[in-house]
Design a protein around this ligand. Structure first.
Ligand SMILES: CC(C)(COP(=O)(O)OP(=O)(O)OC[C@H]1O[C@@H](n2cnc3c(N)ncnc32)[C@H](O)[C@@H]1OP(=O)(O)O)[C@@H](O)C(=O)NCCC(=O)NCCS
Length: 174
């Protein structure tokens, strides 16, 4: 059974990250195929220290809000698949809940990001959030597709981290 803010899907356990996930975060965010989207050339690359900070911030989200980003694990094997869930970010001075997703390259193309994104939308509803958003670089076609398949709608272009992004959102009715 899933704890508050966590989820179980057909194939995934979507759980709060812990200190023991440090190695899997390094494998995911340190992978060049993932890093090239999350830290495009004009930004600082994801160093080991930056990835440690990513995990610390994800864990702090849970401590502060009672929900946050997930570690995705295969329900059958327990193998690490990626990161998704719900994450607080600031855009234009406003705090909003974003749906992040990153899947280990060896596990991409099997619908895991979409499965986790749909579970994150459902969890946001259960938590009583009124809106979730997602942001990506305009050329990140896989991420744009996940947004569409999770039911988000395009709002328009937005600057984020000094780079042009595309903003999508989903209003969640009570
Ligand atoms: C984006 C990402 C999480 C998608 O993970 P995934 O588990 O492979 O996604 P899914 O299998 O659920 O779905 C991907 C969809 O994008 C499509 N897609 C994948 N690569 C694509 C490409 N280069 N161009 C167009 N569509 C693409 C797939 O065909 C699929 O759509 P479909 O079901 O209609 O065929 C993964 O590519 C990733 O981790 N990328 C690096 C990190 C990243 O970019 N994160 C998002 C930052 S905003």
């Amino acid at each position: 059974m899933a704890g508050r803010g966590e989820a179980v899907t057909e194939r995934l356990r979507c759980v709060r990250p812990g200190a023991a996930d440090a190695g899997d975060y390094q494998r995911l965010f340190g992978h060049p195929e993932v890093g090239r989207w999350l830290r495009p050339p004009r930004l600082e690359p994801m160093t080991v220290a930056a990835i440690e900070l990513r995990l610390a911030r994800d864990r702090a989200d849970w401590d502060g809000h009672g929900f946050g980003p997930w570690v995705l694990r295969d329900r059958q094997t327990g193998a690490f698949v990626g990161r998704a869930g719900l994450a607080w970010i600031t855009i234009g001075g406003e705090s909003v809940v974003e749906l992040p997703w990153a899947v280990l390259p060896g596990s991409q193309g099997r619908g895991y990001a979409t499965e986790a994104a749909l579970a994150a939308v459902e969890t946001a509803r259960e938590l009583g959030l009124d809106r979730v958003i997602s942001l990506t670089l305009p050329e990140n076609r896989a991420s744009l597709r996940v947004m569409e398949k999770a039911g988000l709608s395009r709002v328009g272009p937005v600057d984020h981290a000094g780079l042009p992004h595309v903003l999508y959102e989903l209003e969640l009715s009570p």
